[in-house]
Design a protein around this ligand. Structure first.
Ligand code: NDP
Length: 293
């Protein structure tokens, strides 16, 4: 069997094009556009790159972005005061505090300060708590897991009743992903670094979500034939054949897995482009709620 490739790049581009049309229609109707505030603390180059690509994506869609760059020396009280100002600003529909925060700052306290209605990253403890409860939908779902779910739905995968294995239990990917799949009636097993006989667990799954951060760890012969594989991992490995000397791979050994799986996301071009698309979608949803639309 050769797996269908789930083309996250194309699906994300379609979602962004639809959102651009929706933003134009909202501007026509309300005279305003959605606004996203980004808060970047310190000078972590990866965080700077993420925030800059999020703001660029906003500009492409006609969403206004408000960038706040603060020194790593900012105090907890000042950072929370900035978030409260953004909560009160009606032009801001979404607030994104780029994680991780520099050491010494209390991440949970900062995330808790974000207004629930503007928590477009879905990391507010109440939104996370609601995601993990039955029948209590959160106002926002974290962007990467929501992107994975959207890819599964777009590929026509039957989630209800499926056996799903999520490898990884981080707060930003694994835990919310498991909750989301469970809320869509999958039977979910969450695996992590202490899991015994991981290949045997993965082999039982109709749906595998890999969010580990270990290059090509999940092998083709770990998969049940026909399984759907969502590879969240982004790992840079050395490759002398590339001009840059390196290339990106996922947490799944793609070439092996595509011979066994029914469908699979590539890296790059799978989950990655969906994360920003979902952030934009959450921001537009927030704007519509704020305007009673
Ligand atoms: P974390 O490091 O926070 O979590 C990794 C998880 O993998 C942990 O739960 C850990 O277990 C588990 N793990 C580590 N080693 C093993 C192992 N040998 N066997 C089984 N489980 C293991 O990573 P993130 O969740 O933040 O990210 C995971 C990957 O996804 C990374 O490659 C990251 O770059 C990528 N990513 C991609 C995004 C995208 O937009 N596509 C967005 C976010 C992340 P334990 O809890 O026991 O330590």
């Amino acid at each position: 069997m050769t797996a269908t490739i789930i083309d996250g790049k194309a699906i994300a581009a379609r979602i962004r094009a639809d959102l651009a049309l929706e933003v134009a229609a909202l501007r026509e109707k309300t005279g305003r556009v959605p606004g996203l505030a980004t808060v970047l603390v310190g000078e972590n180059p990866a965080s700077q790159a993420y925030v800059s690509s999020k703001r660029k994506a906003c500009a492409e869609l006609g969403i206004e972005s408000f960038g706040h760059e603060m020194p790593a020396s900012i105090g907890q009280a000042d950072l929370e005061a900035l978030v409260r100002d953004l909560n009160a600003n009606p032009a801001v529909n979404g607030i994104l505090v780029q994680l991780p925060l520099p050491g010494g700052l209390d991440e949970e306290a900062v995330l808790s300060t974000i207004s629930l209605e503007k928590d477009v990253d879905g990391f507010h403890p109440i939104n996370i708590g609601r995601l993990n409860m039955k029948g209590r939908p959160p106002l926002f779902v974290p962007c990467t897991p929501l992107g994975c779910l959207t890819l599964l739905e777009d590929a026509g995968v039957h989630i209800s009743g499926a056996d799903a294995v999520v490898v990884g239990r981080s707060n930003i990917v694994g835990i919310p992903m498991a909750a989301l799949l469970r809320n869509h009636d999958a039977t979910v097993t969450v695996c992590h670094s202490r899991t015994r006989d991981l290949p045997a667990k993965v082999r039982q799954a109709d749906i595998v979500v890999a969010a580990i951060g270990r290059p090509e760890m999940i092998r083709g012969d770990w998969l049940k034939p026909g399984a759907v594989v969502i590879d969240v991992g982004i790992n840079r490995i050395a490759d002398a054949s590339k001009k840059s000397g390196s290339r990106l791979v996922g947490d799944v050994a793609f070439e092996e897995a595509r011979e066994v799986a029914g469908a699979i996301t590539p890296v790059p071009g799978g989950v990655g482009p969906m994360t920003i698309a979902m952030l934009l979608q959450n921001t537009v949803t927030s704007f519509k709620r704020a305007h009673g639309l």
